[in-house]
Design a protein around this ligand. Structure first.
Ligand code: FES
Length: 78
């Protein structure tokens, strides 16, 4: 299925999580901490909240817990 990550088209396998699509897009920075440090997925099971991204304009979504959907728009921090 196709989605956009930071405006870049990505083809993600059916059933994959948004965190995988972000990685497929080549993004290594998912969010920044309050002190500006880069963060990315750590636990992969919804506990650490380090993988948060903006999905469809809704911020702070745990990308490892949300399946990809056709046409989804994902943004990471920069
Ligand atoms: S990687 Fe830990 S909550 Fe998503």
């Amino acid at each position: 299925m196709k989605l956009l990550v930071n405006g870049k088209p990505v083809e993600a396998p059916a059933g994959s999580m948004v965190s995988a699509a972000v990685a497929l897009a080549g993004a290594w920075l998912y969010r920044r901490s309050v002190t500006g440090e880069p963060r990315g997925p750590l636990c992969g099971m919804g506990i650490c909240f380090e993988c948060r991204v903006t999905i469809g304009g809704k911020p702070h979504q745990r990308s490892c817990q949300i399946p990809c959907a056709e046409g989804m728009e994902v943004r990471t921090d920069e």
